[in-house]
Design a protein around this ligand. Structure first.
Ligand code: HEC
Ligand code: HEC
Ligand code: HEC
Ligand code: HEC
Ligand code: HEC
Ligand code: HEC
Ligand code: HEC
Length: 469
């Protein structure tokens, strides 16, 4: 038997000729429009988190400099965040447009930043949920091809699998139809983007970005939620919340996202859905969800509000906010996954699980290195991390610092340079290099970094000191 390579992703445009109705309807949805290149921004002046900003000609101006605004994330249903590109490296900008409030303000997570933060790396996972056919550059933390993704928003193939064979032979090479999958594989199609829980931990050697519609998500990652549940909403908590609803618990696999959401038009068919199961319900002429799925503020969405998918009732109030123990929502709670999940939450239970973890691969060693009190042991762990993942930036910076303290400055310098190649926004690497390099070279490095981050007070001060000398 002859073997051929598996189907590949070709883009939604290729589906239009045969599925024109679906294509045109879907193109209007929020998911299809969830990212893209910035075209024209209206000028604005505002302050956010105590800093003054001005927008003009698609640039963001602030005290100390300005930055391009190259890409947007978010269709603007609730809001829209912005990304800038610096020599192919992407960074999130500190301001977001909030559609419901009709105003610019600090991006979620930037509300309390004392200085303007311009070096938050956009990692591939962010674009994986908001765009399609993402092109991360290997060996870097936040560098992408130009353009960084080949298709704006969520493409057809994210829910239907790669289409290269189907377009040649529609009847022979069938696409995945989520509605025809067994429940666990069906639900995974939406969960790949609508579920994060408290922590999602990739299995050893697997990447969520390799997930394709039809696969089991638990083959790629374990997802953890609070063992006692949480009362508040998060942006990607729809799956977790629905799972906790009385409706889902009583009906099991019958109820899924597609019961209430028509995927191609995003038509809301929830009223039919409620009445389909609650034939004898009260208030039949009213919209059930206004009372039973109230909209509240999500804790991680800045000013956005979201729909409570736990369909709370009087008999079953939502539990108190998360505190403490985790349990697996999807996948397995083995020592490795639990240890990494606790580490992500900064919980000190992490270490005991990580010490028992198997395999002891680089993500485990990286966490253990951070938690390890003995500097020499920690350095050995970092060295092992870098053998498996030569561009892990925190291992590069921290092992460099250890070497420098041992007087091994040449080795330290090479590690810090590698960190900067992976992500030129790593301030620690630049400042460290400026200490060990000859004055001219150090000044050039600092000037180059100030192009990446014009508001860095430390780099400016270091440069001023050197120029004085
Ligand atoms: C050349 C025409 C053609 C193109 C291009 C095409 N399709 Fe289809 N598609 C069909 C036909 C015909 C069927 C029905 C096949 C059958 O059931 O025998 C179909 C069926 C489907 C189904 C239903 C599968 C099921 O089992 O229910 C999905 C989903 C689908 N296509 C998605 C896509 C996507 C996504 C693309 C773009 C990557 C695409 N199609 C491109 C012709 C096409
Ligand atoms: C590749 C990632 C991805 C997949 C797969 C995905 N979604 Fe989404 N979905 C998103 C993103 C991102 C948004 C936010 C869009 C925006 O406003 O920018 C979203 C928004 C939505 C919305 C709100 C739309 C609106 O108009 O406000 C609904 C409903 C939704 N998704 C349902 C689903 C369902 C049902 C599935 C599975 C059949 C699914 N999604 C699969 C990423 C995804
Ligand atoms: C695990 C998938 C996932 C990741 C990772 C993710 N998002 Fe989202 N994001 C979503 C989904 C799903 C929604 C829609 C939620 C809703 O409508 O309730 C959303 C909503 C948003 C919105 C509001 C969109 C709108 O139209 O109102 C913005 C802005 C946003 N995300 C920005 C980002 C940025 C910036 C990153 C990375 C730094 C990121 N997200 C990472 C899945 C993700
Ligand atoms: C967010 C996930 C999602 C995206 C994106 C998506 N689909 Fe679908 N699609 C579904 C689901 C779920 C079904 C099954 C609907 C059902 O039977 O209730 C489906 C069914 C289909 C079918 C077969 C049933 C029918 O309605 O004819 C075709 C064909 C199809 N999709 C094509 C497309 C094309 C083309 C695109 C891109 C323009 C696309 N889909 C984008 C989730 C998605
Ligand atoms: C697939 C069927 C199904 C769908 C769809 C469905 N439910 Fe339910 N729901 C149930 C079942 C079964 C129960 C459990 C009955 C019980 O425990 O008395 C339930 C319980 C409830 C409860 C009681 C909650 C509690 O905590 O005691 C409320 C309220 C409710 N549903 C409202 C809704 C609303 C509103 C909708 C539409 C948005 C909806 N349901 C959709 C099947 C469904
Ligand atoms: C019982 C019906 C029902 C089910 C099942 C359901 N939703 Fe929803 N969903 C709604 C309603 C109602 C809204 C609010 C729509 C509106 O206000 O226009 C909504 C809104 C959303 C939104 C927009 C943001 C927000 O929170 O308002 C997203 C995203 C979403 N749902 C995702 C999902 C996902 C993913 C699943 C599967 C895990 C799912 N929904 C299952 C009824 C449902
Ligand atoms: C005006 C607000 C309102 C509307 C509209 C509404 N409900 Fe209710 N519903 C309530 C309140 C209040 C209760 C009692 C408290 C509770 O258990 O949540 C309730 C209780 C319920 C219960 C639980 C009954 C039990 O056995 O405890 C179900 C099921 C239910 N509603 C379904 C529906 C459905 C289906 C619709 C739409 C046809 C609907 N409701 C419309 C306010 C509303």
């Amino acid at each position: 038997m002859l073997l051929s390579v598996a189907a590949v992703f070709i883009g939604s445009q290729m589906c239009r000729s045969c599925h024109v109705g679906i294509y045109d309807a879907y193109a209007q949805t929020a998911m299809a429009k969830s990212s893209g290149r910035v075209e024209m921004l209206a000028p604005a002046e505002f302050s956010a988190a105590g800093h003054r900003y001005r927008i003009a000609n698609n640039r963001l101006f602030f005290d100390g400099g300005s930055s391009a605004m190259n890409y947007f994330i978010g269709s603007n249903a609730a809001g829209r965040s912005y990304v800038r590109a610096h020599e192919g490296h992407l960074f999130e900008l500190p301001v977001t447009w909030y559609e419901q409030k009709q105003k610019w303000d600090a991006s979620p997570g930037y509300e309390k930043e004392a200085t303007i933060h311009l070096t938050r790396a956009v990692e591939p996972s962010c674009l994986q949920c908001h765009s399609s056919r993402v092109r991360p550059v290997l060996g870097t933390q936040n560098r992408f091809g130009e353009p960084p993704f080949l298709e704006n928003g969520v493409s057809c193939e994210r829910c239907h699998g790669p289409g290269s064979e189907h377009v040649k032979d529609p009847a022979g090479a069938k696409m995945v139809n989520p509605a025809k999958l067994e429940p666990e594989r069906r639900d995974a199609v939406c969960s790949q983007c609508h579920l994060t829980g408290e922590a999602r931990i990739e299995r050893a050697g697997r990447k969520i970005s390799d997930y394709k519609a039809g696969d089991l998500l638990s083959d790629y990652a374990s997802y953890f939620v609070s063992a006692i549940g949480r009362r508040d909403l998060k942006v990607t908590s729809h799956v977790e919340k629905l799972a906790g609803s009385a409706c889902k618990m009583a009906t099991g696999d019958v109820l899924w996202c597609g019961t209430c959401h028509e995927p191609h038009t995003n038509a809301d068919r929830s009223q039919q859905a409620c009445l389909g199961c609650h034939e004898k319900a009260h208030n039949k002429s009213e919209r059930c969800v206004t009372c039973h799925m109230p909209r509240t503020k999500a804790i991680d969405a800045g000013h956005g509000v979201m729909t409570n998918h736990s369909i709370p009732g009087r008999r079953r109030p939502d539990p108190e906010p998360a505190q403490g123990s985790l349990k697996a929502f999807l996948g397995t709670a083995d020592d490795r996954a639990l240890g990494l999940a606790y580490a992500e939450m900064g919980d000190k239970r992490a270490r005991e699980y990580l010490l028992r973890a198997s395999p002891q691969d680089w993500p485990v060693q990286l966490r253990l290195a951070v938690l390890e009190p003995d500097a020499a042991k920690s350095a050995l762990l970092y060295e092992s991390v870098l053998k498996q993942n030569p561009y892990e930036t925190s291992a590069l910076v921290n092992l460099g610092t250890y070497f420098a303290k041992q007087g091994r400055t040449a080795e330290a310098g090479r590690l810090w340079e590698r960190a900067l190649a992976a992500n030129p926004g790593i301030e620690e690497a630049v400042l460290n290099l400026s200490v060990i390099r000859p004055a001219k070279e150090a000044q050039a490095l600092l000037r180059r970094y100030l192009e990446v981050n014009p508001v860095s007070a430390k780099a400016r001060q270091r440069l001023a000191e050197m120029e004085l000398r």
